[in-house]
Design a protein around this ligand. Structure first.
Ligand code: ADP
Ligand code: ZN
Ligand code: MG
Length: 481
């Protein structure tokens, strides 16, 4: 039996308007290459960095959200390495004295619940990007382009302790982290766009012998699904080695989307290869206690706080509260709709059901879908008063959205009013009885289930407009004869 040990190193791009140490714009995703650069972020001789205050605030907010202790005195360091996408030849980071340390997040996976310790959060800058011709790596490429837009884009690196024990937990943790960073507005959380990136460390321990495998680090994971998949694949590979009495090498591997396997990139570099030393061009970073207190007081509502409030204030089950709270736009829509309709649980059901399905199908946000909560209110009251069936309400929802027309108007236009008229229902049942005397006989011999057939026949004859409760009652009365 092996236990799995996983720790994550996560880079989150901060949503500041300008870069970490210069005035270039920071939202460079999909910009024309090399259009958001200056002497500072391209490392021209003599250009000096100036720290962006927003970066510090965002890092502190992330630290507070993750229950870290904040350092009032932290220091920037140089991490030295050579690569064409790093024109300065070093990255500015915080190695010895990171701004935040020793925090934790509470992780609920639905299967388990545990505390994941955060070892540190530090500020650093991103490097540029290379585009290789003909291949996706520099080796074997006939030529490479260099886009320095991303140089100097502010990041925080969040390092967890190795407290995760399954690939699934790692994925849920990444989702929790995304929700947390989004809730406080410091990072978009889009893994697909590289705004949130994760390196996953994994090792296996043999419970019988107490011996552990070497640790492997997986890079290049760019989606929540792949966090889980890459770790699952690596878990199997390590177990396979251990089963044969071998160990895996301590190395850095990359996840290959195509083969769904990891492959070796390089043996792991040692920290002292980077020759870290304090950045001489930046002063020590001093943050006043009052600033930290101010940010703590003004920290937006965190995902778990919102979940607790939704349960308490609206009486929602944990599951509903979790789904609704995980997207801030959906959460505010829910709150507005609950207020307007006075029916929070119905709102939750509709949002988690048809509304989110339509959002997915059309690839729209809740705002873009544009369903006025007043129309939900109208739908609910038409259902409650028996004017339309729930089925009709669901059927007309896309039309309400597309035509931006009130549900009442659509119901009227199509003549979708529920048939509560017993005569009409009776007529439909009598006809079905005539058409299928065999079913009548079956019912009378005690086969209760046949009742559904008659109710179905009524629904079909009335195109779903009959009141199902009435249809049920009347069918039973007529069949029992
Ligand atoms: P390194 O200095 O080699 O980068 P660190 O101690 O800084 O290693 O840890 C880097 C990451 O590896 C952290 O996220 C940590 O949780 C994780 N980690 C540490 N030990 C293990 C282990 N035995 N198995 C899996 N992950 C681990
Ligand atoms: Zn710049
Ligand atoms: Mg490390």
């Amino acid at each position: 039996m092996y236990t799995t040990i996983i720790g994550l190193e996560i880079h989150a791009q901060l949503q500041t308007s300008t870069k970490a140490f210069c005035g270039c714009r920071a939202d460079v995703f999909e910009l024309e290459p090399n259009t958001a650069i200056c002497p500072v972020c391209t490392g021209q001789p003599g250009a000096l960095p100036v720290l962006n205050q927003q970066v510090v605030d965002f890092a502190i907010m992330a630290g507070l959200a993750m229950n870290c202790s904040l350092r009032e005195r932290s220091v920037f360091d140089r991490k030295n390495y050579f690569y064409p996408d790093l024109p300065k030849g070093y990255q500015i980071t915080q190695y010895f004295y990171p701004i935040a340390e020793e925090g934790h997040l509470r992780l609920e996976t639905g299967e388990s619940s545990k505390t994941v310790r955060i070892r540190r959060i530090h500020i650093e800058e991103d490097a540029g990007k290379m585009v290789h011709q003909g291949t996706d790596s520099i080796t074997g490429s006939s030529g490479s382009y260099l886009d320095l837009n991303r140089c100097g884009v502010p990041l925080i690196e969040i390092v967890t302790e190795p407290d995760l024990s399954t690939p699934y937990e790692a994925r849920v943790f990444m989702e929790l982290l995304r929700d947390t960073l989004r809730a406080i507005g410091v990072c978009s959380g889009d893994m697909e766009k590289g705004a949130l990136r994760c390196d996953a460390n994994i090792s296996l321990k043999d419970e019988k012998t107490g011996k552990s495998s070497n640790r492997v680090e997986i890079k290049n994971i760019n989606s929540f699904k792949f966090v889980e998949k890459a770790l699952e694949s690596e878990q199997l590979r390590i177990a396979d080695h251990l089963n044969r009495g071998e160990n895996v090498s301590k190395e850095t591997r990359s996840w290959d989307f195509a083969t769904k396997e990891t492959y070796s990139m390089r043996s792991k570099e040692e920290e002292n290869d980077y020759r870290y030393f304090p950045e001489p061009d930046l002063p020590v970073l001093l943050v006043k206690g009052e600033r930290i207190a101010y940010l703590r007081e003004n920290l937006p509502e965190l995902p778990w706080e919102k979940i607790a409030r939704f349960k308490e204030q609206y009486g929602l089950p944990t599951y509903d509260a979790g789904v609704l709270a995980s997207d801030s736009a959906i959460a505010s829509y829910f709150e507005i709709a609950a207020e307007i309709t006075g029916k929070p649980k119905d709102c939750s059901n509709w949002i988690m059901g048809d509304i989110m399905r339509l959002m997915n199908e059309r690839n729209l946000t809740i705002g873009e879908l544009g369903l006025a909560p007043e129309y939900l209110k109208e739908l609910f009251s038409m259902i409650d008063s028996g004017r339309i069936s729930k089925k009709i309400a669901r059927d007309i929802l896309p039309e309400v959205i597309d035509r931006k027309l009130s549900p009442a108007a659509i119901v009227k236009e199509h003549g979708f009013e529920q048939i509560n008229d017993d005569n009409a229902i009776e007529k439909a049942i009598r006809q079905a009885m005539e058409e299928n005397p065999h079913a009548v006989k079956q019912f009378r011999e005690g086969k209760e289930g046949v009742l559904g057939y008659f109710v179905g026949a009524v629904m079909k004859a009335t195109r779903g407009k009959a009141n199902p409760g009435r249809a049920n009652e009347i069918a039973r009365r007529l069949l029992e004869g």
